[in-house]
Design a protein around this ligand. Structure first.
Ligand SMILES: NC(=O)c1ccc[n+]([C@@H]2O[C@H](COP(=O)([O-])OP(=O)(O)OC[C@H]3O[C@@H](n4cnc5c(N)ncnc54)[C@H](OP(=O)(O)O)[C@@H]3O)[C@@H](O)[C@H]2O)c1
Length: 270
């Protein structure tokens, strides 16, 4: 889809959560490249300000910044309240994080906040924007799934479950919203070179660049319900999908063990 058609279908404004880093930041640039104005949401004000300047200077688009903690209900309310007057046509739920290690060894607060950011905030924003998009008769919603979303994964049990939620939610929602003119896309990358690994305490080999994920997602919008951007995500995703669930569990848990081996059994958040 050319920039003009994209702007007509999903513009004039895009709302990107997690826009201060990694995949969300790359999606903000992809949206601006297609001449959409961008609302940037995250907690890191200085990073958002920097990205906002870059988007304006490079693409001449308008931007808004909303500094909000999406683990908190007032953070989510700030986003919905401060976007009421904007004609937003694209919501990309990119805010999220992971932990690694045995669930029982990780502080409960980290695990519960993860559910709030990865699931609850995405559900709340998607609910509000689905209604707004239905009124406009068009729009798009992106949810961040993952290669870990398709089976249980040891040393990432809760994180994988939040991604399974995003995947299954996107699949069902797509069927509900397609007749109303709204596109829903689940994006399921493999390892991506972003701020994610450091925060989760993982070491990733063969990680894709965030721009690869953002471009793959934007290209897939309106064409399909699931995209696996990046060579490793495609290779692993499609080959694993042929295997029974118990085999997928074993393989993904072994991969996760390898990604956390450097910590010698320290099972806390980085
Ligand atoms: N990297 C990977 O290997 C990978 C693979 C598959 C799926 N994913 C998914 O892709 C999404 C983006 O991850 P990423 O790789 O881009 O990681 P990242 O570089 O660490 O970016 C995460 C973003 O989420 C924001 N965020 C985290 N906690 C937040 C909170 N409480 N309130 C508001 N914003 C918050 C961060 O902003 P602030 O810290 O400024 O708030 C940041 O902008 C996540 O959902 C992740 O699960 C990542």
């Amino acid at each position: 889809m050319g920039a003009k058609a994209f702007q007509k279908k999903y513009g004039p404004w895009a709302l990107i959560t997690g826009a201060s880093s990694g995949i969300g930041e790359a999606m903000a640039f992809e949206a601006a490249r297609r001449r959409l104005n961008v609302v940037l949401v995250a907690r890191s004000e200085a990073r958002l300000a920097d990205i906002s300047v870059q988007l304006k200077q490079t693409y001449g688009v308008e931007t808004r910044m909303i500094v909000a903690d999406l683990a908190r209900a007032d953070g989510v309310a700030a986003v919905t309240g401060r976007t009421e007057a904007l004609d937003i046509g694209l919501l990309a739920n990119c805010a999220g994080y992971g932990t690694s290690g045995d669930f029982v060894d990780i502080p409960a607060e980290d695990e519960l906040d993860m559910i709030d950011v990865n699931c609850r905030a995405s559900a709340a924003l998607t609910h509000v924007f689905s209604k707004r998009f239905i009124e406009r008769g068009k729009g798009a919603i992106i949810l961040m799934s993952s290669i870990v979303a398709f089976q249980g994964v040891a040393r990432s049990a809760n994180y994988a479950a939040t991604k399974a939620w995003a995947q299954v939610f996107a699949e069902g929602l797509r069927l509900e919203l397609a007749p109303r003119g709204i596109d829903v896309l689940a994006v399921a990358p493999g390892p991506v070179n972003s701020g994610f690994a450091a925060r989760a305490g993982m070491q990733m080999g063969g990680a894709a660049r965030p721009v690869t994920i953002a471009r793959g997602a934007f290209r897939a919008l309106g064409r399909t319900g699931l995209v696996r951007p990046g060579a490793l995500a495609k290779l692993l995703g499609y080959s694993l999908s042929m295997l029974p669930r118990f085999a997928r569990r074993r393989i993904m848990s072994t991969i996760m063990k390898g990604m956390t081996r450097h910590r010698n059994g320290d099972a806390s958040k980085a």
